[in-house]
Design a binder for this molecule. Sequence first.
Ligand SMILES: *[C@@H]1O[C@H](CO)[C@@H](O)[C@H](O)[C@H]1NC(C)=O
Ligand SMILES: *[C@@H]1O[C@H](CO)[C@@H](O)[C@H](O)[C@H]1NC(C)=O
Ligand SMILES: *[C@@H]1O[C@H](CO)[C@@H](O)[C@H](O)[C@H]1NC(C)=O
Length: 938
Amino acid sequence: MVNNIEVSNHNFCQWLVHIKLRKIVLLVIIILVGVTFLTYMNLWYVEKDSGITHGAHSHLDLPDESIAFNNYGSHVKDLYRIKGSVSAELRDMEFKRQKLQLEIQSYTKNIDQLKAEMVHQQTELNRLKISVEQAQVAQREALQQNTPELALPHRLVPNNLPEINLPVPALKSTHCRMFSCFDHSRCSLTSGFPVYLYDPDQYPVMNEGWDVDGFLKTTLKQVLGYNPHLTGNPKEACVFLVLVGEALKDTDDVSENVGNHLNLPPLDSKALKRLPFWGGDGRNHVLLNLPRRDLSASAGDVFTSIDTGRAILVQSTFSHMLFRPGFDLIVSPVLGPPGGDVWQECSRMLPARRNYLLSFQGEMKVQPTMSLEKIRDAETSEKSIKYSDLDKFIVGHLKDMTKGTTSDKFYFEFECVPASDDNFHAGPQDWSLCGTDSSRRAFLKESTFTLIFGPGTSDLVSTTLLQARIYEALRSGAIPVILGGDQVRLAYDEVIQWRRVCIFLPRARVTELHFLLRTIPDTDILLMRRQGRLIWERYLGSVQSSLDTVVAVLRDRLNIPPLPADTVAATSVFNETFQPIQVIVGLDTEQDESLGPLEPPYDSPAFRRNYSLMLTQGHEIWNDWGDPFRLYPALPMDPLLSSDAKFDGSGRGFRPIGQGQGGAGKEFSESLGGNNPREQFTVVLLTYEREQVLLDSIARLRGLPYLNSVVVIWNSPKPPSAELRWPEIGAPLHIVKAARNSLNNRFLPLDNLQTEAILSVDDDAHLRHDEILFGFRVWREHRDRIVGFPGRYHAWDINTQNSWLYNSNYSCELSMVLTGAAFLHRHYFHLYWKWLPQAVRDKVDEYMNCEDIAMNFLVSHVTRQPPVKVTSRWTFRCPGCPQSLSEDDTHFQERHKCINFFSKVFGYMPLMNTQYRADSILFKTRIPHDKQKCFRFI
Ligand SMILES: *[C@@H]1O[C@H](CO)[C@@H](O)[C@H](O)[C@H]1NC(C)=O
Ligand SMILES: *[C@@H]1O[C@H](CO)[C@@H](O)[C@H](O)[C@H]1NC(C)=O
Ligand SMILES: *[C@@H]1O[C@H](CO)[C@@H](O)[C@H](O)[C@H]1NC(C)=O
């Protein structure tokens, strides 16, 4: 731009000079001709005036006349000579004039250049001053911090097998709690919670005639193999898992040993005691009984009447007598697939109100079956008869409800049609399931709420049947209403807030049930349904999630931090034999504004909350935005200090503006300010075979304050050309080889991303430094959101009335900020690979498109907030660059399809609208002359 002006200026001068020259020449000619003419005329007149005297001579003095002519001729010649010399002189002067003019021009140009240079040097000086000041502050801080970072103790793991203790008496074991029966010395805080699994084939613990479901055995072994806590070394193990599995009557054996299997309980307590690391009392052993096929109440409990010593019991059916709160663990049956995507199993979340307000399908079976019935003595059976009366009343009342005057619809099936499968028979006095999985699912999909009865007898705290019903209800988005809910406990309730998912009611509330359900507005229905789906997908949906949850809950009890989240190793495209050529690039004329100190790379502090995170934010991590299975270096939701703390004892790392006094543009540009300690950001650039465009983009980052490093993801299988000259930008530059060409790579959780703030940019994005820094500063106040420049929105297709359209037109509402130029937290890179269903990433690969939409879905889903758009951009695409792949029509068509597909996967539309755009505070504000705006232009 500046160059252009200069060039045209120059042309203009030339033109002026040209014009002048022509004029002068014309003038000179006119003058010369004029002078000659005048002289001639003069002479003529002189002759005429003297004509009277000459007249006589004229005839007489011919020779005189010729002499006169000769005189004239020489005179004219003289005049010509004079003319010649005058014009030569004029030409000479003109030439000199031109030269002087050119000199003046070049001097003014020089002056301008020097002035610009001075401004630039002044800015540079200021920047250096700030940098020095900041470095001094950092140094002072380092000195004041009298202790080095706390050194991590060595990983403390036991190096011995459990010693043999005397078995605890059965009576004592019924009072087991963590403090009395668990050996904490095997599980130090820094141990990483190693878990040992007894191979169920090598150490069978089931009695003859009973067997662990084969599918479950292989699946469990396999999915536990993916759990990072699993260890093959029993010496270092904190807990020992014993797979008891679902107790299925081995049907082949039944025919031969009918009497035998009826007498024997499923679990062989002698086999338990023979386990090599049982240590006499089974401490730190976890007996896993995960039901899968038999959902009846009676078969769910395998531990009654068995001496399990100090082992922790994990199953779905517990009596109050057997269950030891805070010690044993209630789980949901493992009804899902082994692992992988489970979203297809779930129903859509909308409409909030479905066809039936409330539904129930079940049949009361008062059919005594074996094991539990034997244990229950006469007094409980008396109680159960009483409950049975209450149940009769309840059923009667529910039937009356259907005949009410409202238009609410109910679906109640108290006798199964067709008759229930024998496999699903209930225990004594319990409701059995009706129909098949898919027939029940069809009704649940149509129900806003679904009724679930608490266990038929009051001595039960949980039954497999109850847990299975919860599982099915959540999967289909029917909100469970548990009558008798004050009696039960649901799976993992020490960490999961079930009140946000289910409605727990005492049986006596049945008369108020209809009233209660009608008062619940759509927002809360959707909130509960969404929460239910979150719990289901995260903790119940697959065998893998169930097992990971069991391990995580036990670990959480001991407040041992999870293992750190996996990162992807960043392999450079360069190696010893292939090194990049780095060159210093010229000054960038854009940067004539001092925007902040140039500092050496400073990584964001990581893993500061290993032992306090789960204490302070455990609830949110389990139930909202968190991932309780892994530890992350930092979270977007990390808490902030109050603003006085940094002046009163916790000031380290903070860079308050004007040292706390505040200030306008000048002071603002000197310190980062804000509510967080100082930090920097990393630029992540995704590139594919556009080398020059990439190099230009990188070069523009030179001298950018707060830049930690630049990570280029090299998506092309071809390595970069050897002769490429990589610009030196004052920050480390990593060129990372991608395993394959995929847009998902934009969000790889690479191990060399050292800051929480990531600026994700397209290789052809052209952002100015002030825009970048303003974006960074805004992001620091919205760390959990996408903060960036190109806004887009999802629009309802009013023609089809059933789908979404992607829209990039001018609009006063937006719902997405594209990651071609946006700041976002590194944590979302992990979630993108870990939490997004694989189907989403597959769709991105299928279309080579939409990864930015997917990220917007993810972040809005996690935060329930729209993205933040910052300031109107001055520059974005580079004008001369080749067309990016995001312009043509198929690109748009694909994006429409992506939006609709993603909302199907999420079960709802997570994107949210916003009308908000962040501009810097003093933008367009009239301020006194001695003050500066926050940024010169934005
Ligand atoms: C280094 O990288 C180049 C280009 O990718 C490759 O051709 C070469 O074999 C590599 N050399 C080594 C030692 O890995
Ligand atoms: C916290 O955990 C991380 C990851 O395991 C580890 O690297 C770091 O040293 C731990 N910090 C402390 C203070 O324990
Ligand atoms: C954007 O606006 C133009 C003109 O108003 C319209 O023709 C076009 O369909 C719009 N694009 C989308 C994607 O809505």
